[in-house]
Design a protein around this ligand. Structure first.
Ligand SMILES: [Zn+2]
Ligand SMILES: [Zn+2]
Length: 407
């Protein structure tokens, strides 16, 4: 049997935060209370249909204790190839880390470890270079290349996070090129973030060789899977993911699903003085065309154009399709009760989004909502631009706008 024929598609979201440990200790202060290691595993396996989920607060000692307890009780076990297995889902053990090189702004990276022992060991190293190892996304007081040594020395991988966001994204605020911070050979992939897509990233030639990831950066259970990847692998595990990011042995990311960048919070430049989002035609101006103020916050698209080394985007042959998809919770009229009914009928959100036909959806949710879900699948619901930390809006068919809630 050919090697490739044993591969299959898996839904993967590699950036989910933990709110609290099972003992109630805070990890991500702004994260929700039910965002525990076990709660995330259950949500991913039983409601979202996400088969590989990266929990990027796994370094926190309280979380590590939770994982040990879940292994000891037999509720979960260590997956072959790396990660923690729960039902059909594998949890990858990761950490989001803030780095700041001298003379630069700070930015976030993700580190994933092959197994629990490696993460415990890595956490021990980080604890010596952080003020509070218990919390999420803490500043590391060590050089970026030393961090690469520590990650790769333990068999792990590094992925710069939400690279274009003006708030703690590598290109967004810390550097114009990756090599200003890192050894290029020891970067496994890059995460685009909610306000950018593959085409926008195609303005920067040094990204051509890297695999792109689209992850949720969820701070609540509901947000898990608002962006995700389809990855061809033999099974969901750390070692298979690494092969896929390197596009080896037939493994690869075969699709990115993300918000239309126009929906992202930081897509366009906005004025901190009057709050206006600056229209494309005026975006190159130094002053706000509405109030004349100079406190413009550069949006993701405007930042990419400013640091681009190409006039137009170029998409390498290996790059998979980027599908715009509006998360179910953004759909006007799709409330909690309707979603529960859909989950009851189809099992998981991935099945609602990918498997159920319009006719089947209509039986459960009615004709109008079924039509909206089908539009959301293809990203063709009408949208207005986001900017200045506010998401764009899904416009109702009759013109009334529904605000997309934050985090
Ligand atoms: Zn971050
Ligand atoms: Zn994050």
């Amino acid at each position: 049997m050919a090697l490739e024929s044993r591969l299959s598609s898996h839904y993967c979201d590699l950036h989910v935060h933990i709110g609290r440990t099972s003992e109630g200790q805070a990890v991500k202060i702004s994260g929700s209370r039910d965002l525990t290691f076990e709660g995330i595993a259950k949500e991913a396996a039983e409601r979202k249909g996400i088969e590989l989920i990266g929990i990027i607060d796994s370094h926190s000692p309280g979380v590590l204790r939770d994982i040990r307890a879940l292994l000891d009780s037999g509720e979960m076990n260590e997956a072959e190839g790396g990660g923690i297995a729960y039902r059909g889902t594998t949890i990858l053990l990761g950490a989001e880390i803030e780095i700041r090189e001298p003379g630069r702004k700070e930015c976030h990276v993700l580190a994933f470890m092959p197994d629990l022992a490696a993460m415990e060991n890595f956490s021990g190293w980080m604890a010596k270079h952080m003020r509070n190892i218990n919390l999420s996304s803490q500043r590391l007081y060590a050089p970026a290349r030393e961090l690469q040594d520590e990650i790769y020395g333990r068999g792990g991988i590094l992925i710069p996070a939400h690279i274009f966001t003006p708030h703690k994204g590598l290109y967004g605020c810390a550097a114009e090129r990756l090599a200003e911070l890192f050894d290029l050979e020891r970067i496994a992939a890059v995460e685009l973030g909610l306000s950018a897509d593959s085409e926008m990233a195609g303005y920067i030639s040094e990204l051509d060789g890297y695999t792109f990831l689209t992850n949720s950066d969820a701070h609540s259970l509901g947000k898990i899977g608002r962006e995700y990847n389809v990855i061809e692998m033999a099974q969901p595990s750390f070692s298979e993911l690494r092969l896929a990011l390197e596009r080896r042995e037939g493994r690869r990311v075969s699709a990115n699903f993300g918000l239309n960048p126009r929906l992202g919070k930081y897509h366009r430049t906005y004025c901190a003085g009057c709050g206006s989002i600056i229209d494309e035609a005026f975006a190159t101006s130094e002053r706000c065309p509405y109030c004349g103020g100079q406190k413009l916050v550069q949006g993701v698209f405007d930042r990419i154009l400013a640091i681009a080394d190409r006039d137009r985007p170029s998409i390498p042959a290996h790059r998979p399709a980027y599908h715009y998809q509006v998360p179910l919770e953004f759909i006007p009229g799709l409330g909690k009760r309707k979603l529960e009914a859909l989950l009851e009928a189809f099992g998981t959100e991935m099945r609602i989004l990918h498997t159920a036909s319009q006719a089947e959806l209509a039986v459960v949710a009615g004709t109008e909502l079924a039509g909206q879900i089908v539009l959301a699948r293809s990203g063709t619901l009408e949208l207005s631009s986001g900017g200045g930390g506010t998401y764009g809006k899904v416009l109702k068919p009759k013109g009334a706008a529904t605000s997309c809630t934050e985090q």
